[in-house]
Design a protein around this ligand. Sequence first.
Ligand code: CDP
Length: 219
Amino acid sequence: MLLPKIIAIDGPVASGKTAVGRQLAHRVGYRFVDTGMMYRACTYLALRQGVDIGDSEGLASLAATTAMDIVVTSQGERLLANGEDVTIHLRTPQVQACVSDVAKVQGVRVAMVVQQQHMAEAGEVVMVGRDIGTKVLPNAGKVYLDASVEERVRRRLAEAFGRETEAGVRANIDLRDRIDMEREESPLRVADDAVVVETDALDVEGVVSAVIVALGGKA
Ligand code: CDP
């Protein structure tokens, strides 16, 4: 069986969505869209422009007036916000601390979802996030990646190269998971027809193969 032309990958913080989605897209020749970058960019712009993180209207109007594009260059995926490359600002501790509060604002989500649906219009796309299967691309082939909190803490600590403490990483994962799962607008949950892939015991290659098989392809 052929793989679906549109593939949605959702899952909690540090479940491997980005690494897996990128490699899967590369393997099957699809476009890769990491929607987390878009919510991070909204957060970075809000912090830079002094929009209060509790000001839903201010955040919604910022999101509604920001055209996002994700382009792939020799330096990997770059996020352009109204044409400005803001990629280096997306993973700072400040953005990390506020992004889930920005992403729970309905007006922010509406503005991002429209742009994400537009990005997927041409098909042959792997899109990763929290609500891709449940909201953004309901007709996609759907996968939900999961892993234990312990494993997800280990992965994020390894990426932090000593810049963060285990307690800090764990606290941010717990906080964002809770906000992402409990928010009113498109909370993180497993879509009814999604295949759940448990990734604790698998490396990225292993997860990609498991995802391809789950979607009906040959690993
Ligand atoms: O890579 P990591 O799992 O740490 O996070 P991310 O995918 O870059 O997403 C950052 C944050 O954006 C998440 O914690 C969510 O609050 C939000 N997000 C969302 O609400 N919906 C999406 N489709 C993607 C991200």
